[in-house]
Design a binder for this molecule. Structure first.
Ligand SMILES: Cc1cc2nc3c(=O)[nH]c(=O)nc-3n(C[C@H](O)[C@H](O)[C@H](O)COP(=O)(O)OP(=O)(O)OC[C@H]3O[C@@H](n4cnc5c(N)ncnc54)[C@H](O)[C@@H]3O)c2cc1C
Length: 428
């Protein structure tokens, strides 16, 4: 009973997406998630006599964490925390049969507008030029989590252990033994493949002694929602300033997600401002393009760093999502990249005799290498090139934006990257 083909450690958005991706497979899957399930989650206990049920959104999660799993405990829908899914993610979720349920609550992003504060030069992209209805969709985290949870509760091949935490692992030739701590006591499982989806501070990585490369940006992102006096018309804005980017991503009802990146030394003071003062400062930074910011929702702050796992695989173990790479949120790439990890791994596993065989893992790593390198280098370059006051770079940035706006080949390359199409796996 305690033997599985696949053990997924971590049931954030990425781990839960993998469980759903494996729905059609005959493999026995266990998902281990440390956080308590939200009270509204569909109940379904298999092994764990404790409160084992769904995964994905934990409403009571503390604000100052790098995890984006939580949503507001309560409050108006316009204030919900969202994640911008690109077109590749829409397609992947569509293939798993869960997109339509998410779409009901998604705000389409029909165009993007990239600019730099205080300088001329913009780069603009429209869905129509890619032949799409939308470049992407801004979807409440709660909705993504709820749809994944509901789907997982229907899967006969899946066992959910939640709340339960991986505490030790021993790798053998044919399988890995995992010690799991849960409310009812500890237990040991065995799996042919361990999938580490346990976030930027991956316990699996630590237990295996795999190093991670960490780059501190000395910035925090303050995430909130705003109500606008003027319709956003589905346009997402990314505006660079020397202190970091400020982004407005459309939500329904003339509201928008506001992601404001500020230097570490300013975050405490900004978080302490009352709503009116915060809105005034954010407005000053963003400008008047969308009229006035008339109402502010709850604020969360996230310290920003790039964390790259030193390896994507270890014997009978693979890393996906933030456990593999955690990125700066500029250009909203992190989860989109993690979902392409999921899609690639699902394709490799589907074609393998043994999901944990060295050849399967090597093929996965080879599939992910390019996409991972390209997206993590691109986001890092954006942060470092724009978050400074060096005069030479200011000129380079200006001409860079002009070139992206006017030069068709460069434009096409940036657009494909933005849509996530370059990293979509082809079935083998
Ligand atoms: C401000 C901000 C805005 C962002 N906006 C976007 C966006 O618009 N679009 C986008 O694509 N990306 C965005 N991202 C990135 C995105 O949020 C992350 O890439 C994504 O949430 C990572 O999901 P994950 O499941 O890999 O990791 P996590 O969400 O960190 O989940 C890891 C899970 O593992 C569990 N866990 C940890 N240790 C153990 C253990 N020992 N045993 C069991 N379970 C364990 C944790 O409880 C957690 O649930 C943003 C990030 C930030 C900071």
């Amino acid at each position: 009973m305690n033997d599985y083909d696949i053990a997924i450690i971590g049931g954030g958005l990425v781990g839960a997406s993998l469980a759903v991706a494996l729905a059609a497979s005959p493999l026995r899957v266990v998902l281990v998630e440390a956080a308590e399930p939200p009270p509204s989650a569909p109940a379904r206990a298999r092994m764990n006599p404790g409160p084992v049920s769904s995964v994905g959104t934990s409403p009571a999660a503390p604000p100052a964490s790098t995890s984006l799993r939580s949503g507001p405990v309560s409050g108006p829908p316009w204030d919900e925390r969202c994640i911008a899914l690109n077109d590749a993610s829409r397609r992947i979720f569509g293939g798993y049969g869960v997109w339509e349920a998410m779409r009901a609550e998604a705000a389409p992003i029909v165009a993007t507008h990239i600019s730099e504060r205080g300088r001329f030069g913009t780069a603009r992209f429209a869905a129509a030029e890619a032949g799409l209805e939308a470049l992407g969709y801004n979807v409440p985290l709660r909705a993504i989590g709820a749809v994944l949870s509901t789907r997982m509760a229907q899967l006969p091949n899946l066992t959910l252990l939640q709340p339960a935490r991986l505490s030790a692992m021993r790798t053998g030739e044919q399988s890995v033994e995992l010690d799991i701590d849960a409310a009812g006591g500890s237990r040991t499982l065995a799996a042919r493949l361990v999938v580490a989806a346990d976030g930027a501070r991956s316990a699996v990585r630590d237990l295996l002694g795999i190093a991670a490369e960490r780059r501190e940006y000395a910035q925090h992102a303050i995430v909130s929602s705003v109500r606008l006096s003027r319709p956003h018309q589905g346009v997402a804005y990314e505006r660079f300033t020397p202190d970091g980017p400020i982004a407005l991503i459309p939500k329904p009802d003339d509201a928008a997600s506001l992601v404001w990146t500020v230097p570490d030394e300013q975050v405490e003071a900004r978080m302490a401002l009352d709503d009116a003062a915060y809105l005034a400062q954010a407005q000053d930074c963003f400008g008047g393009r969308l009229g006035r910011f008339v109402e502010l929702g709850r604020r969360w702050s996230h310290p920003l760093a790039r964390v790259l796992s030193g390896s994507l695989t270890a014997p009978r173990t693979v890393f996906i999502g933030n456990a593999a790479q955690s990125l700066h949120p500029v250009a909203a790439q992190g989860f989109n990249l993690g979902l392409r990890d999921v899609a690639s791994l699902a394709v490799e596993i589907a074609g393998a005799q043994d999901p944990g065989a060295a050849a399967t893992l090597a093929a996965y790593a080879a599939r992910r290498e390019q996409d991972r390198g390209r997206v993590s280098d691109f986001t890092d370059l954006m942060v470092r090139a724009f978050s400074n006051r060096v005069p030479f770079l200011a000129q380079a940035r200006h001409w860079g934006l002009v070139a992206v706006e006017l030069a068709p080949p460069l434009r096409g390359a940036v657009l494909r990257q933005h849509l996530g199409h370059l990293g979509l796996p082809r079935a083998s």
